[in-house]
Design a protein. Structure first.
Ligand code: 5GP
Ligand code: ZN
Length: 114
């Protein structure tokens, strides 16, 4: 399958690994938009949240748990962090393998997005 993130999981495309277990893989984003920008992805190819099925319910919970675990391990759990999932075209999803952005290391603003 021609999927960048599947290739990253398989080790065919190099990545800077942050965390790995049977279900998920986490690595640094190649084009960070915050001082800390980590991507957490399921090893299974799921196109996006929009394609999620009931059988993936636990997996998504696990991804969020792993995000917090990484935040604790890297020491930004207390200061806070932001998790983003871009789902589909309107959200601006560019890589069609479900992923969660874990952003930290700065204070984020909140408001109307462009
Ligand atoms: P999206 O816009 O789909 O939510 O986010 C895709 C993210 O994947 C972007 O932040 C982009 O920088 C990152 N990305 C795309 N290709 C690669 C790659 O080959 N390696 C890494 N580490 N990140 C990538
Ligand atoms: Zn994939």
């Amino acid at each position: 399958m021609d999927c960048i993130f599947c290739k990253i999981v398989a080790g065919e495309i190099p990545s800077k690994k942050v965390y790995e277990d049977d279900l998920v893989y986490a690595f640094y984003d190649i084009n960070p938009i915050a001082p800390v920008h980590i991507l957490i992805i399921p090893k299974e190819h799921i196109k996006s949240m929009c394609e999620m099925e009931e059988k993936h319910e636990k997996l998504v919970g696990h991804i969020l748990f792993v995000a917090h675990k990484i935040a604790q391990e890297q020491g930004f759990a207390e200061d806070g962090y932001r998790i983003i999932n871009n789902c589909g075209e309107n959200a601006g999803q560019t890589v069609m393998h479900m992923h969660y952005h874990l952003l930290a290391g700065q204070k984020f603003s909140w408001g109307k997005m462009d």
